[in-house]
Design a protein around this ligand. Structure first.
Ligand SMILES: NC(=O)c1ccc[n+]([C@@H]2O[C@H](COP(=O)([O-])OP(=O)(O)OC[C@H]3O[C@@H](n4cnc5c(N)ncnc54)[C@H](O)[C@@H]3O)[C@@H](O)[C@H]2O)c1
Ligand SMILES: O=c1ccn([C@@H]2O[C@H](COP(=O)(O)OP(=O)(O)O[C@H]3O[C@H](CO)[C@H](O)[C@H](O)[C@H]3O)[C@@H](O)[C@H]2O)c(=O)[nH]1
Length: 324
C-alpha cells in the first residue's frame, strides 16, 4: 500500500511509519516538525515538511496518490489545551478538515486517526466501552471528539472508510525510536528521568483518589502494540463506515505501581514526592478492548514492565532525546 503518515516525526507516528515500511508498504511522512524530530523519521520513507493548516500544500502532497492515511498529527497537551483552546480547535479540528478536503480531492478513501480516552471525560464506570457517552472535560478532548464526528459525517456523505482509534496511555519505545516531548508531562518518562538523574525527583500527583492505594489508575499500552493496531485498522477500514475502537491493555495500574515497576526495572531508588492532584485528572481510566479484539484481531502483547524497560533502554541510549 502507498500510505501517508501525518505526524510521522512524532513519538507514535514514527514507530508506526517504520512498522508500515517493514511490512513492505510505500510510506510518506507529512509533518510540520513543530513538535516532532527530523531524526525520528525512519530511513527509507519519504518526508514532506508540511503543516496540515496549509491546505494547498496538503492537497499537493495527497495528489501524489495514496491508498490510505494514518493521521497522528495533533497537539496533545491537556493543560495547554485548557489555557489556549483556540490553538487546539485549529490544530486538531481545522487541520483534520483540511486533510479530509485534500483526501476527497485526491480520491483517497481510507483513514485511521488518533483519538483518545480524553473524549470520554471522567466516566463513572470502568472498563470504558466505546458506547460510553462522550463527555470531554478539556479542549483537547473536545477537539478530538469533534474530529471523530467529522470523520463519521465524511464517511456517511462521501464514502470514506475511517477508524478512530481511542488510545489510553501510550508508553515504551521501539529500538532507537522513543518518546521525546518538550514539555514532557507523561508519567513514565518523568519517572525514568528521576531514575536517570535528569530530574531530581518525581511527584505523585494526588494520593487521595478513591483507588486502592490512593493514586490515580491508568491503562498503559506499549507503543509497538499500538502501532500494530493501526496497520490492522488500515486493512479493515470499510468504505462508507466510521468506527471507534479503544486501544489499551484492559488493565489498570496506579501511579504508585508504575513507580514501583520503574524502581525494579532500573534498580535505582529515586526520590518520590507526594503532591496534590493535577487539575482535570480523572481517578480511574481503563479500556474495554473487546472491540479491538473482534474487529481488528488485535491483542496487546507487552506488559507494563516491558514498557518501562524499553523506555528505560531508550532514555539511557538517548539521554537528551533526539538531540543525541
Ligand atoms: N501519547 C499518548 O499517550 C497519546 C494518547 C492518546 C492519544 N494520542 C494521540 O496520538 C497522536 C500522536 O501522539 P504523540 O504522543 O506521538 O504526539 P507527538 O507530539 O510526539 O507527535 C505529533 C506530531 O504531529 C506533528 N504535528 C502537529 N501538528 C501538525 C500539523 N498541523 N501539521 C503537520 N504536523 C503536525 C508534530 O510536529 C509531531 O511530530 C496525537 O494525535 C495524540 O493526540 C497520544
Ligand atoms: O509527574 C507526574 C506525571 C503524571 N502523573 C500521574 O500519572 C497519571 C498518568 O499521567 P500522564 O500524564 O502520563 O497521562 P494522562 O493519563 O494524563 O494522559 C493521557 O490521557 C490524556 C487525556 O486525558 C491524553 O490523551 C494524553 O496524551 C494521554 O497520555 C496521571 O494520573 C497523572 O496525574 C504523576 O503522578 N506524576
Amino acid at each position: 500500500m502507498r500510505v501517508l503518515v501525518t505526524g510521522g516525526a512524532g513519538y507514535i507516528g514514527s514507530i508506526a511509519a517504520r512498522q508500515l515500511r517493514d511490512r513492505g508498504d510505500d510510506v510518506t511522512v507529512l509533518d510540520s516538525l513543530y513538535r516532532g524530530h527530523r531524526g525520528a523519521i525512519p530511513d527509507g520513507v519519504r518526508f514532506e515538511p508540511v503543516d496540515l493548516l496549509d491546505l494547498e500544500a496538503t492537497t499537493r502532497v495527497l495528489t501524489a496518490g495514496f491508498d490510505g492515511v494514518l493521521h497522528f498529527a495533533a497537539l496533545a497537551l491537556v493543560a495547554e489545551s485548557v489555557a489556549e483552546p483556540q490553538r487546539y480547535h485549529r490544530g486538531n479540528v481545522v487541520s483534520t478538515l483540511n486533510l479530509l478536503d485534500a483526501m476527497r480531492a485526491a480520491g483517497v478513501r481510507r483513514l485511521v486517526a488518533s483519538s483518545t480516552c480524553a473524549t470520554y471525560g471522567e466516566p463513572a464506570h470502568v472498563p470504558i466501552t466505546e458506547d460510553t457517552p462522550p463527555a470531554p472535560v478539556n479542549a483537547y478532548g473536545n477537539s478530538k471528539l469533534a474530529m471523530d464526528r467529522m470523520l463519521a459525517d465524511e464517511a456517511r456523505a462521501h464514502g470514506l472508510g475511517a477508524i478512530s482509534l481511542r488510545y489510553f496511555n501510550v508508553a515504551g519505545a521501539s529500538g532507537d525510536l522513543g518518546e521525546d516531548h518538550e514539555p514532557e508531562t507523561h508519567l513514565i518518562p518523568l519517572v525514568l528521568w528521576a531514575a536517570s538523574g535528569r530530574r531530581g525527583s518525581v511527584e505523585i500527583h494526588g494520593t487521595d483518589y478513591p483507588t486502592p492505594d490512593g493514586s490515580a489508575v491508568r491503562d498503559y499500552v506499549h507503543v509497538e502494540d499500538l502501532g500494530r493496531a493501526h496497520l490492522l485498522a488500515l486493512d479493515r477500514a470499510e468504505p462508507g463506515r466510521h468506527e471507534i475502537i479503544n486501544l489499551g491493555s484492559g488493565r489498570g495500574y496506579s501511579v504508585r505501581e508504575v513507580v514501583a515497576a520503574a524502581k525494579t526495572v532500573t534498580g535505582v531508588d529515586f526520590t518520590v514526592l507526594e503532591g496534590p492532584r493535577r487539575a482535570g485528572d480523572p481517578p480511574n481510566l481503563v479500556a474495554a478492548i473487546e472491540r479491538a479484539r473482534e474487529r481488528l484481531g488485535w491483542e496487546p502483547t507487552k506488559s507494563l514492565e516491558d514498557m518501562v524497560r524499553d523506555a528505560w533502554e531508550w532514555f539511557q541510549a538517548h539521554p537528551r532525546g533526539y538531540a543525541d
